[in-house]
Design a protein around this ligand. Sequence first.
Ligand code: MN
Length: 207
Amino acid sequence: MHYPYTLPELPYDFESLEPYISTLQLNLHYKKHHLAYVENLNKTLENEPSLHNVRLEDILKDLSTVPQSIRQQVINFGGGVYNHAFFWRCLHPSDTYRPSDAFAQAAIAQFGSIEQFKELFSKHANAVFGSGWTWLVLDEKKELKIVNTANQGCPLSEGLFPILCLDLWEHAYYMQYQNRRIEYIEQWWNVVNWHFVQQRYELGMHR
Ligand code: MN
């Protein structure tokens, strides 16, 4: 994706992640919060034609190409656009997908078991203070790693390849879970798109 940015289409219906992510919660998150990042990023880049044909992914990978006067806005709004588009793809209404094959083997080798991976990921998510994200990434050695980013920080900017993410901003869950973030994190596992995780892992290993 590149300028001008738009909201990506969701690959499922708004009500299809119920009861784990409510229709109202998803609507607000997508149509209000994600849209605001899209609009702000477009405004930020409006007078920067040199970045209009550069993919957002490439901008975030090398922020030194962004003029200093708008760099922080690109980190905030560009990260917001990329991170949310990625997050929607990490979700799926079906619980029929199970981690399998190459990804599962790598996760078991790295974390001990899929259960232990999920526990460690949730532990990172619980440790986010303020607004931020938890990510499963491949590092430069192509090893699986769990990292947190603050605000709209994107792992691409740290040379990491994203595989799975969880939005821990209050706007992601507050309408439904209020202060019970731990419950949001636990319930979120019910709508993880393992098929997408597997695809990203393969892509990251063969890039
Ligand atoms: Mn969000």
